[in-house]
Design a protein around this ligand. Structure first.
Ligand SMILES: [Zn+2]
Length: 160
């Protein structure tokens, strides 16, 4: 087995949809990025790439590449899952923490969980998502953006 971690953050911007964990969340601000700005999806993708020793999301999907402009970040995770499969790795479980002062995310976590379970090819029970604030401290606390951290565990698919 191997483990990988991922960390990501994006700043809030007007006239953007807020997409977190594959779920569109009603809010007056979205996250600025070349892609859809889904920092939770990016953190999990980086964690998976880390677990299989495949570098990071920027190497595989450069933000200078017009092909990824406004891309649904679930596509990036699915591409990383395909790469992991090619290399003989399957995801065992994942755990992610979203750091946001607002909006409140608790009600949206189950839908995010379903997205990750589908994309990673694991049971919903093997996907854990948490949302926390930083009690008004730092850039997330001041409402300037949202950050996410994730760990992913993988196992050899040819293991006995
Ligand atoms: Zn990102």
């Amino acid at each position: 087995m191997r483990v990988g971690q991922g960390v990501d953050a994006h700043r809030f911007a007007a006239d953007r949809r807020l997409v977190l964990g594959g779920v569109t969340i009603p809010y007056e601000l979205g996250l600025a990025a070349h892609s859809d700005g889904d920092c939770v999806m990016h953190a999990v993708t980086d964690a998976l790439l880390g677990a299989i020793g495949a570098g990071d999301i920027g190497q595989h999907f450069p933000d200078t590449d017009p092909a990824y402009a406004g891309v649904d970040s679930r596509r990036l995770l699915r591409a990383a899952v395909a790469l992991a499969r090619e290399r003989g790795w399957a995801t065992v479980n994942m755990d992610a923490t979203i750091i946001a002062q607002r909006p409140r995310l608790a009600d949206h976590l189950p839908a995010m969980r379903d997205c990750f379970a589908a994309d990673l090819g694991i049971e919903a029970e093997a996907v854990n998502l948490k949302a926390t604030t930083t009690e008004q401290m730092g850039f997330t606390g001041r409402g300037e953006g949202i950050a996410a951290m994730a760990v992913v565990l993988v196992a050899r698919t040819d293991a006995p």
